[in-house]
Structure formats: C-alpha cells, structure tokens
Design a protein around this ligand. Structure first.
Ligand code: FAD
Length: 164
C-alpha cells in the first residue's frame, strides 16, 4: 500500500478495514488505456491478500474490448467503493455522500491454463458468495479469467457528519 491522499485524515490503513471493504464492495471499475483513449469497465471481482500482496480476479467472456486492450497494454487502474450513503443539510454545501473506497494500480495477467482459471474462479466465487465452489476443465474453457497483480493501492473512508 502507498499513502498519499490529499485528505490524509480520511485515509484507511487498518488492513482489517481494507479487507472488510474488499469483502463488501463486490464491484470494481477497471480502468484501461486503449491507445490514447481511456476505457473503464465495471466488473465483479474476487480477491486474495497474501504476504501483503493484493490480487484481484475477474472473469468474463473469452473475447471483447477489455481483453483486446489488456493484451496490448496490461496496465490497470481500479476503483472500488461500498457503504455509499448520501446525506443532506440545510445548505447545498452540507450535502454529500459517505463512503469507503479503494483505488490502486497493477498489471492484468490473462490466465492461460485450466488450473490457473479454476484457482481464479475459486477466489472469485469466494469473494462474491462466501462459498467454496469446484470447477472443472470443461466449465472453465468457456470463460476468461484475469488476474490483476496490484502494485499499490490506497483506501479511504468518508464518514457521515455527526449532525447529518
Ligand atoms: C455491476 C456490473 C457488474 C459486471 N460484472 C461483470 C463481470 O464480472 N464480468 C464481465 O465480463 N462483465 C461484467 N459486467 C459487464 C461489463 O461491464 C462489460 O459489459 C463486459 O465485461 C464486456 O466488456 P468488453 O470490454 O468486453 O465490452 P464489449 O462487449 O467488447 O463491448 C464494447 C463496447 O460496448 C460498450 N459496453 C461494454 N460494456 C458496457 C457496459 N457495462 N455498459 C455500457 N456499455 C458497455 C462500450 O461502449 C464498449 O466500447 C458487469 C457490469 C456491471 C454494470
């Protein structure tokens, strides 16, 4: 993890809180670089956090724009949020939204072997459902599995104001 938020008081560094956000959010926005154009795609994800290393796991069709882009440029930036709750006030500037979020960057690695795909899908389903599923080669041949090796990330929490 790399600190660096402008609003440092909102930075989340407690790993248990970071894991709670990762467990809860379920959706990641994956930012890619398509030549000189940005491309952002919302996706479900699974994750692992081992030896202080965060890895995200995505799955989808075996073809499409995001895969075409990743094959040329595997650089990824991602954004995840949960606990999103709008609040109000008596004047416009007292309105806002409380949230917990994680942003970071990494490298997309498209899984090549059935074993890699099965492992990635196991992590994916564990995060999405909390359950353990078994996969076989026939099942995984129909999907692509993408691993995002996260090189750095930050987490942030904006609380609801006491009076809101
Ligand atoms: C909450 C959520 C969760 C999702 N989870 C997954 C997931 O786990 N796995 C998965 O594969 N897909 C998921 N999707 C769908 C995903 O966003 C993409 O539509 C899909 O992955 C195809 O992406 P692609 O780059 O291959 O686009 P292509 O099918 O190649 O389409 C290319 C064009 O279609 C348009 N397009 C693509 N996706 C969208 C979109 N979501 N909304 C509007 N326009 C779009 C864009 O203009 C894009 O240029 C999810 C979508 C949402 C909203």
């Amino acid at each position: 993890m790399k600190p660096g938020l402008t609003r440092r008081e909102r930075e989340v560094t407690d790993i248990n809180e970071i894991l709670r956000i990762l467990d809860k959010a379920k959706i990641v926005h994956i930012g890619l670089i398509d030549g000189d154009e940005p491309y952002v795609v919302p996706m479900n994800y699974g994750y692992t956090y081992e030896n202080e290393k965060l890895t995200l796991y995505l799955h989808g069709a075996t073809e499409g724009k995001k895969l075409d882009i990743m094959r040329v440029n595997p650089k990824v930036f991602f954004s995840i949020e949960c606990d999103v709750e709008p609040f109000s006030g008596s004047v416009a500037c007292q309105y806002g939204t409380s949230y917990s979020s994680i942003m970071g960057k990494g490298k997309a690695v498209i899984s090549e072997t059935p074993e890699e795909k099965m492992q990635g899908l196991t992590f994916f389903m564990k995060t999405q459902t909390g359950l353990d599923f078994d996969f076989n080669e026939r099942l995984v041949s129909a999907v692509s599995v993408i691993k995002i090796e996260v090189s750095e990330f930050t987490a942030k929490h904006r609380p609801k104001p006491i009076n809101a």
